[in-house]
Design a protein around this ligand. Structure first.
Ligand code: ATP
Length: 354
């Protein structure tokens, strides 16, 4: 990977609150990386440190190999798009986009060309003279993006840029933004607390928890092979089941759980017989049967819900653990409040840290 941006051992506290605890990451040229985490975990603080709007207490920031930790924000080849657009209300679209170029005393003809190009890229050609209040939410966000890309920064920082839009428009803009990013080849550092958005758009996701990166990986890695129970739950609401290892054979662990026994493939974590473990299993991988097998768990079917073509079966294990099984279409084989058996393929049981 050709690194464009590197955070090395960044720490930051506000008063007594440690907001970033030794954050390190390398981000590649042209990469779309998402910082995913709940409110208050430190995402915006990271963006502000990259932009130079906040100074870290410790650690360094490198942009294209140059240490920019102490560099003024306007000298950094970085631009930011905020959730609230931050457009100048009294300026029309064209002037909003041209603002930064004018401050830099760019040639007038060149400004005109670049503004047109930026408008075309965000599919707003012809909207030059509109004022922000004459635009929809999605159009305002497009103008904010055009303004950010018009001087062709190496890195674009986006802080929940679609957060104010309704769901349908948000989905549409996700696709548009992703296409635009690939076309421009600019590195995007994108913040969201929406896991679906992160999975949809990113080349890599850094899952954050209380000021640390809990796991960094491709959407598939983070979704299919979560390292911790937190990542498993935060990305895709995996079921977490506690058990004890009874045997390991041919790379597969047999695990005793309340009401039965299951198997899980052993990957990088090497459990020993007798060890207490936590298994993460995606709801779409939980299968239900009316009979027990050698790898099944007896449980009670508490509730059935059906929405958006997806059926969800809410189960309870003997120790009270709640598990969801989901599938498309309706399965009428099961009655609420009946005893059933759940099972999953050994490859779908992932051993995670607490
Ligand atoms: P959100 O998704 O809600 O924007 P976030 O993950 O971006 O959250 P940050 O804005 O980075 O979180 O804030 C991390 C923590 O630091 C929060 O507890 C916040 O209250 C605190 N914080 C941020 N900026 C300051 C500041 N200037 N002074 C004091 N505390 C701050």
């Amino acid at each position: 990977m050709d690194t464009i941006l590197e955070l090395r051992n960044i720490t930051k506290s506000f008063g007594k609150t440690e907001v970033l605890k030794d954050i390190s990451i390398k981000i590649g040229k042209g990469e779309f990386i998402t910082l995913l985490g709940p409110s208050g975990c430190g995402k915006t603080t990271i963006l502000r440190i990259i932009a130079g709007l906040e100074e870290p207490d410790g650690g360094r920031v490198f942009l294209n190999g140059v240490d920019v930790t102490e560099m003024e924000p306007n000298k950094r080849d970085v631009n930011t798009v905020f959730q609230n657009y931050a457009l100048f209300p009294h300026m029309n679209v064209e002037d909003n986009i041209a603002y930064g170029l004018r401050i830099r005393k760019t040639d007038k003809k060149e400004i005109a060309v670049r503004v047109e190009q930026a408008l075309e890229l965000v599919q707003l050609s012809g909207y030059n003279k509109r004022l922000p209040h004459e635009l929809s939410g999605g159009q305002k966000q497009r103008v904010a993006i055009a303004r950010a890309i018009v001087n062709n920064p190496k890195v674009l920082l986006l802080d929940e840029p679609l957060g104010a839009l309704d769901l349908q428009l948000r989905r549409q803009m996700q696709t548009e933004l992703k296409r635009l990013q690939k076309r421009l080849g600019i590195t995007f550092v994108y913040i969201t607390h929406d896991q679906e958005e992160a999975i949809n758009m990113s080349d890599r996701i850094a899952v954050m928890r209380d000021g640390v990166f809990e796991q960094i990986g491709t959407p598939a890695q983070v979704y299919d092979l979560p390292k911790t129970s937190y990542v498993a739950e935060f990305v895709g609401n995996a079921n977490l089941i506690r058990g004890r290892v009874t045997e390991i054979k041919d790379g597969v662990a047999s695990i005793e759980v309340a009401g039965g026994q299951v198997k899980a493939a052993v990957r990088d974590k090497q459990p020993a017989p007798g060890m207490e473990v936590i298994l993460a299993v995606r709801s779409e991988n939980v299968k239900l049967y009316t009979y027990s097998t050698q790898t099944s768990i007896r449980c009670r079917l508490k509730e059935i819900s059906f929405a958006g073509g997806m059926q969800k079966l809410f189960l309870q294990l003997e120790d009270g653990t709640e598990v969801v099984s989901s599938s498309f279409g309706m399965r009428l084989a099961f009655e609420p409040n009946s005893e059933v058996y759940m099972s999953f393929d050994a490859n779908h049981g992932v051993l995670v840290d607490l």
